[in-house]
Every structure is written in C-alpha cells, then in structure tokens.
Design a protein around this ligand. Structure first.
Ligand SMILES: [Zn+2]
Ligand SMILES: [Zn+2]
Length: 177
C-alpha cells in the first residue's frame, strides 16, 4: 500500500480513523497518529461540540429565568393581582445557578443503565440520589462553569488558528494536535 498523501512512498501504517495508508513522515505529523482529513474532521467535530455547550449555556442563562419569572409575573400580576414588583435582580443569579448546575453535572456523566434500573426499583433512593447529584452539581459548577466556559473559548480559538494555518499553508506543514 502507498501513502495517501505521498502516492510514491510506501505506507508503513494505516490511519485508525479511515484505514488510509500513511508513510513514515505522515505518521509523525499528528499526535495521536491520523491522516490529515481525519485530523481536520476531528477538530471540526470538537469545535461543534464546544459550540453546542456554549450555546446551551447561553440558552439556559436567558431561557430558564425568563420562563421562571415570566410564569411568576403571570401568576402574581394577572391571576392574583399582586402589585409589588418582582425581585428582578435575581434574574441573572437564577441564570448563573442554572449554568453552574449544567457545567457541574457534566463531569458526573450520565447515569448507567444499571443505575436507572435500580432507581426504577427504589424511587425513594432515586429521588435522594437525584437531590444529592443536584447539590453536588451546584457546588462543582461554581468552579466548573467559569473554568469550562473560559477554556472552551480558548480551545475554540486554538482550533480556529490550527484550521486557518493548515488551510493557508496547504497540506504540507507539520502540525500538532
Ligand atoms: Zn484517516
Ligand atoms: Zn505520507
């Protein structure tokens, strides 16, 4: 087999992503070893994952307080005719708490199938577990949210720079992951 990138050179390895042949020089271009199209696809996929997280964070920050305070406003002013102003100052605080819960919950992963079956059998324990998880997510989120959001923006900038450099330089330079 020949290298997909240097068709005159014998391949010494295969890209684990797509099984294209890679010559010795191509095996050292990216770490971990992949071909250039797989490297670029991986970077683009990672960038879209980060975009999605940031978009969800923004939507939660705006959307949940809007829903909550909208419902409260409707309830108090339209139905009960309560005339005092609502505590609007809490709107960004509620938004921040929701964003902290979102980022704090992420490192804990999804509950496994085994956990879900056990929770079905013991609804009380599931409720308790859920509450413990919520509190943990809140505590963890105070650190995870600002760090996660800042590092997401930094990683996006790095990915954009790498993609731009590779596009402007054609396919020749040695780049690292
Ligand atoms: Zn590949
Ligand atoms: Zn090659």
């Amino acid at each position: 087999m020949k290298c997909f990138h240097d068709p005159t050179t014998d391949a010494v390895a295969m890209c684990p992503g797509c099984n294209r042949g890679l010559c010795h020089a191509c095996t050292t271009r990216f770490s971990p070893m992949v071909c250039e199209p797989c490297f670029l696809a991986g970077k683009r996929k990672r960038a879209s994952e980060i975009h999605a997280r940031l978009a969800i964070s923004g939507a939660l920050f705006v959307g949940i307080p809007a829903l909550l305070f909208g419902a409260l406003y409707f309830l108090l002013n339209v139905i009960v005719e309560f005339r005092d102003p609502l505590p609007w100052g809490y709107v960004p605080i509620v938004g921040a708490i929701v964003v902290c819960l979102y980022w704090g919950n992420m490192p804990m992963g999804r509950p496994s199938l085994e956990d879900r079956i056990r929770d079905e059998l013991h609804p009380g324990a599931a409720l308790f577990g859920g509450l413990v998880r919520l509190v943990l997510a809140g505590i963890l989120g105070v650190f995870a949210a600002p760090v996660g959001i800042a590092s997401s923006f930094a990683e996006l900038a790095r990915i954009r720079r790498t993609l731009r450099e590779m596009e402007s330089a054609g396919s020749s330079p040695v780049a690292s992951a």
